[in-house]
Structure formats: C-alpha cells, structure tokens
Write a protein that binds this ligand. Structure first.
Ligand code: MG
Ligand code: ZN
Length: 364
C-alpha cells in the first residue's frame, strides 16, 4: 500500500514539474502497417468520402527511415515507436548495437499500468513483437513467443498460436503455461472472439490463427471488436491507466500483393477499430490516442476510376517506400504530435507525457 502511494506521489510530482499539458491516464497507439497517405485516401473515397481518421484534431507527418536503411522494415519501425531508438532493419526491441532497449509497454507495466497488444498478424510478428520482445531478428518467432511469458500482458489478441503450442526449438507448451499463469486463454478453433466477455479479474488472450490470419478467413474481422474489448478490459485491470498497441497488420500485406480492393478493405477494418477506440477515448476524456504507420507500402497511386467510389488503385512497387507517413492524435497531449516528426519521437513524446523519459534517447 505504501509502495503504491509512493508511486502515486512520484507520478503526481512528475506531472506538475515537467509536463505542460494534462497527463494522459491511458495511451493507445494504433499502427496501420503500410498505411501511407494514399492508403488513407483510398479508404476515404471507397467509404463515401468519410473516415474516423477525420475526427482527429491534430495531424502531422513522420519520417520513417531506419538506422540501416532509407526504407525501413516493420521491425525497425516498431522499435523506433516502442523504444525511441533508430535501429537496423529486422531488429525486435534491440538497439543498433544489439542491446535490448526498454519499451514503453515494459515501462508502463513497471509503473503498475495495464498493458495490451492486438494485431491482425501473429502476435509474434514484427510490429507487436517490438513492444514486448528483444531478439536480433524478427524471424525468431518462437524466441519472441517466450517474452509473452516474461512480460504478462493483460490483454492480447492475434495469430501465431503455433509458436506457443507447437514449438520446434523446445518442448514447452506456452499456451498451457499461460493457462497455468491464470490467463483466460482461447483460440479461433474453440470459440470466436465475440463469444467472450473477459473477466477483469484475470488477463485475457485469444489466438486468431495458428500462423498468420488469412485475410478472408471466417471471423478475421475481429479488429474492431478487439479494440472495444481491449479498452473495456484494460480500463478495469488497473486503476491508474493502461497502454495498448493495436495494429492493422495487413494493409501492408495487401499492398505487397498489389491488391487494391484488399488494401481498401484492410484500411476500412482498421478505421472501424479506430472508431471503437475514439468512442472509448471521447467518453473517458483521459486517453491519448495516436494513429500512425511504420512506413508506406507499394507506392500506391490512385487514378481516375469510374466515379468517386470505384477506385483505380495502382502500385509502383511491391515493396515499402520512404514516403513520409501521416500521424493523427486525439486527447490529452495530442498537440505534441503535429508538424513533421521522426518515428523515434512517438516513443519520446509518449514517455515524456508519462514522465518516463529520464535521459535523452540516443541516435537518429
Ligand atoms: Mg506489422
Ligand atoms: Zn511490409
């Protein structure tokens, strides 16, 4: 109890001394993987010229280069967001010197906040992994899964079940270990997500696929639902706030595949999840919501199709590009996210607002 009161005092003093704006109780970081301005534009025109993204009062642009490349991958991009350091492509929560870097999620957890990760990829994929794991290479999926046993999330939804329960590198069954730790755990084979009302008394994990969720798999549209469930569950799990990262993972994959209609569908799935998050944040009044992308994918171009809503989507490349990507912010502290910023600034600004930024993060 005394420890708890002390922690509260420290938070309170930190707030008064250093922070010019009201401090957000909760931070929700929403990442549209591969979501450049054209992906946003395509979603907007395909959706009768409206998106939930229009509801954000602050917009900015962001530089996305990594330490090793002009064009980042999702691992270096997400590590910039999670740790505030520029690193090499492929790094998961590691600096360019291959040292583990403390993530905003780990800092939140240490400070007694609830934490959550949601993705439409496997939960061990580069973007979510970079918030919880520390490995040299994004390919080490089974090694990444081990970190979910070390840092206990309060809410996790994503694919990648086989990296937990069908492991080649050791004989452990991490799925069972999560149950032993007191998790409510289930998966797509047992029950769809919509059948669950997670009990706030214990952490919740649901696996959406054995490996990567298929874009057309039944029940794959779980992102808006998990956004709603995550905010409800996390806000009950810790009275002093939460950190949630939710990713629209497959905008990127659709653009790699040069599949315009699928890219639009993924964009709109992500925007619906954004709508659910905004509903929570508007009612709550103490939640900072940030939406951005790790990079643009595909060099997407919109050409004149038939009318406004029948889009002619073309791609210049099947790869990521170096274009600046948009940033959107809502809630206490949102004003810090305007202008042209760097991807490492996402971490810096979140950490500054929460009083976690003790020393400058080195390296651009
Ligand atoms: Mg991703
Ligand atoms: Zn990609």
């Amino acid at each position: 109890m005394i420890k708890y009161l002390l922690a509260l005092c420290v938070l309170f003093l930190g707030n008064v001394s250093a922070i010019p704006t009201p401090k957000p109780k909760n931070i929700i970081l929403l990442i549209g993987d591969g979501m450049g301005l054209t992906q946003v534009t395509a979603g907007l025109y395909a959706n009768n010229k409206r998106l939930n993204l229009e509801r954000f009062p602050v917009t900015g642009l962001m530089k996305t280069h990594s330490a090793s490349h002009l064009i980042t991958d999702s691992a270096a991009g997400a590590t910039a967001f999670s740790c505030g350091c520029k690193t090499y492509n492929g790094a998961i929560g590691m600096t360019r010197a291959k040292k583990p870097c403390l993530t905003i999620l780990e800092q939140a957890k240490k400070n007694g906040l609830a934490t959550g990760l949601v993705a439409t990829s496997s939960i061990t994929h580069a973007t979510p992994a970079s918030f919880i794991a520390h490995v040299d290479s994004r390919a080490e999926m089974e090694a990444i899964a081990l970190f979910f046993l070390e840092t206990e999330l309060d809410f996790m939804v994503g694919g990648g079940l086989k990296y937990f329960n069908d492991r080649k590198t050791d004989q452990r069954n991490l799925y069972k270990e999560l149950i032993q730790k007191g998790y409510q755990v289930s998966n797509f084979q047992e029950k769809p997500l919509k059948k669950f009302t997670p009990d706030p008394a214990s952490p919740f994990a649901w696996f959406s696929a054995s490996g990567e969720p298929d874009s057309v798999q039944a029940g794959r549209n779980y992102l808006p639902l998990s956004a709603k469930m995550a905010t409800e569950h996390l806000s009950k799990r810790a009275e002093n706030g939460f950190f949630l990262m939710l990713e629209g993972s497959q905008i990127d994959w659709a653009c790699h595949a040069k599949d315009g209609p699928r890219a639009v569908a993924e964009m709109l799935d992500f925007d619906q999840a954004i709508g659910e998050i905004l509903k929570f944040a508007e009612a709550d009044g103490q939640t900072l919501v940030i939406v951005t992308a790790d990079h643009e994918t595909g060099g997407m171009v919109l050409e004149q199709g038939e009318g406004f809503e029948v889009l002619d989507v073309e791609f210049n490349s099947g790869q990521h590009t170096a274009a600046l990507v948009p940033v959107y912010a809502f809630g206490p502290g949102a004003e810090h996210f305007g202008g042209i910023i760097d991807n490492t600034d996402i971490y810096r600004k979140m950490a500054m607002l929460w009083g976690y930024l003790t020393e400058p993060v080195v390296g651009n």
